[in-house]
Ligand binder design. Sequence first.
Ligand code: 9D3
Length: 248
Amino acid sequence: MFIDILTLFPGMFSGPFEHSIMGRARERDLLEINLVDIRDYTKDKHSVTDDYPYGGGAGMVMKVEPIFRAVEDVKKDRPSEVPTVLLSPQGRTLNQDLVKEYSTCKGLILICGHYEGVDERVRENIITDEISIGDYVLTGGELPAMVLVNAVARMLPSVLGDEDSIKEDSFFEGLLGYPQYTRPREYRGLKVPEILLSGDHARIKRWRSKQALKRTLLRRPDLITKKKLSGRQEKLLAEIREELGDDK
Ligand code: 9D3
């Protein structure tokens, strides 16, 4: 997969993309990231990328011409149908369903907004998707672009290098995590639940499913409402509700 990232701050991306899973995806050529400095597509002698808003008001707006030219330039080397995504606070909120969808694309063109935003003609004419990563205010689309790339990279086939963790992922999909422990089995009198030391894999799996469901019910009941549960999960959930005294 090719990901072109158009930004005024390409330097922000060195580091995060070199590490761990992302580094592995890139080494194996599953993922190629092309950073494009929007400033390289200006034509005036001061390389101006932003300007005052028509109609007045605070802050600056990213100019239309450099963005148009940069997108045209990267599109020359890519299949025509790749999504062109603007990272913006007005976008629809990123979620795992959308991440999965993006991970099946041949490529993505990401445009990082900065300042008060981009000239509306960019949105109207070249953007296919507008994405936010949540309802809090950042200074630009660069960190959101890194979040999106990281989430997409781990969904690429064989990036995790551990097919079991993907299978397990799908088993617990849409639920919060169950409690995890590692050695030592006792620390300052704090014990690891006996069942995890039992070697009884069927009981362990049931315990984990139940813990995941319970934690999700208590912390994120919205996720339970959204999810289609298996018969087994419905039964565990009924047990949990019983144990909690039916107020959930
Ligand atoms: C009052 C107008 N604000 C828009 C809602 C101004 C504004 C705030 C933050 C304009 C740009 C920005 C910069 N943020 C992003 O570009 C951004 C972002 C974010 O701030 N939060 C979550 N996701 C994203 S994706 C891009």
